[in-house]
Design a protein around this ligand. Structure first.
Ligand code: COA
Length: 374
């Protein structure tokens, strides 16, 4: 069997006008805008509008977009009942997957003539509410009010998580993170969403499948695994020893390497700068940051592998007081915008996605009926 297409590495599987990812292109761009410019100068809501509606909003459009997102934040009572029925020890990614699937039974794209962009706006607004409602209910039986007066998704999420409006730096860091995670061409979860969309299934099916794909440790789950690794070490020297032992044992270090990027991931330096800023002069945080830095140095020196977007997200999220099991669900809150953009694009020029496979199984067999089989 030829495996030069294993994992479809290097295979161009379609066209997109949504983003460029490294290579000979302009680096990571969303609809032609560089990620560095967007993360430095735009809000996450502007980027969400860019992805979902195709262009950056004007001031009036942005105000209207914020108003719609605020309006859609509340959760339907049937969904609340489902969230309360989910076991307290469930994985939060499974909660979001189940919540989106449930919403698909409450809202019908066809009956309500909902466009994918409208479904996207509703899911974008509801995702933090869903996650935080279940989080507090599962941990302490608390039925929180999900509507806050925060104007942004990052602000509402941190407010619901901590029970108080966030500091500007914390909100800025999370907003930047949401921008960095929003879109990444034909990554596994986005491709999943496109494959499902291409069958003419609805947005809820596509997003439910995409969340499933994102939950795996080789994709979105890497930031949680990176945190678990960092937490094992007492200090930077301990980290150096531990990582070298793991590499010698041929273990994978989560948060390093990338299918497309070869020398660096443009998102890493941006989130690393936020992690360093959030660490400030707090000694505990500085230690976590130093451990992370040392792991990155060892990985580059010994394996020529660089941190991808996930690695420094681990320390940044820790400094924001976010529990580790919520790291990947935050990725969903963001990547949803890219998924919706791809659903819209796939629908605009749809063809069923159905590749072929090289058969490597047994030759034609003689069938023997059950009662004659030995
Ligand atoms: N730690 C240690 N070794 C790694 C590694 C990592 N994080 N990532 C890749 N490698 C090594 C592999 O062991 C392999 O070495 P080998 O040729 O000696 O067997 C080589 O690099 C190529 O890896 P491969 O898995 O074939 O590359 P890929 O393009 O299929 O995989 C990833 C890309 C992202 C799946 C891979 O780098 C990985 O598993 N990273 C960790 C998970 C992660 O951070 N995912 C988030 C991605 S944004």
């Amino acid at each position: 069997m030829s495996d030069n297409t294993a994992g479809l590495a290097g295979v161009t599987a379609g066209q997109t006008a949504i983003s460029t990812v490294g290579g000979e292109s302009a680096g990571l761009t969303y609809r032609g805008y560089a990620i560095a410019d967007l993360s430095a100068g735009a809000s996450f809501e502007e980027v969400a509008h860019l992805l979902i509606h195709g262009q950056l909003p004007g001031a009036g459009e942005l105000t209207a977009f914020h108003a719609r997102l605020a309006e859609y934040r509340s959760l339907p009572p049937q969904l609340v009942r489902v969230l309360e029925a989910i076991p307290a020890d469930a994985a939060p990614m499974d909660v979001l997957r189940t919540g989106v699937s449930m919403l698909g039974t409450l809202m019908s794209e066809q009956d309500e003539a909902l466009e994918a962009a409208t479904v996207g706006e509703r899911l974008l607004a509801m995702m933090p509410s869903m996650l935080m409602y279940w989080h507090h209910y599962a941990r302490g039986g608390q039925r929180i009010e999900v509507e806050t007066d925060d104007d942004t998704i990052a602000g509402q999420f941190l407010h619901l998580l901590h029970g108080a409006a966030p500091e500007a730096d914390a909100e800025g860091a999370l907003a930047a993170s949401l921008i960095l995670y929003a879109e990444h061409e034909f990554n596994a979860s986005t491709f999943t969403a496109r494959v499902i969309t291409a069958t003419q299934a609805d947005c809820f099916a596509a997003i439910t499948g995409a969340i499933g794909a994102l939950s795996g440790p080789l994709h979105g789950g890497a930031n949680e695994q990176a945190m678990a690794l960092i937490d094992r070490f007492a200090d930077a020297d301990d980290a150096e020893r531990g990582v070298r032992e793991r590499l010698a044992a041929k273990q994978r270090i989560m948060g390093f390497g990338h299918r497309v990027y070869r020398e660096s991931d443009p998102r890493s330096a941006i989130i690393e700068a936020w992690a360093q800023r959030l660490a400030g002069d707090d000694p505990g945080r500085a230690n976590v940051y130093d451990i992370s830095k040392r792991i990155a140095e060892v990985m580059w020196r010994d394996k020529a592998l660089f941190p991808n977007a996930d690695f420094f997200h681990a320390s940044a999220y820790r400094f924001l007081g976010i529990p580790t099991d919520l790291f990947t669900p935050i990725f969903v809150m963001s990547r949803l915008t890219g998924w919706i953009a791809h659903i819209v694009e796939q629908r605009a020029d749809n063809r069923l996605i159905r590749p072929s496979a090289d058969y490597v199984g047994p030759p034609l067999q003689t069938f023997v009926a059950l009662d004659e089989r030995s």
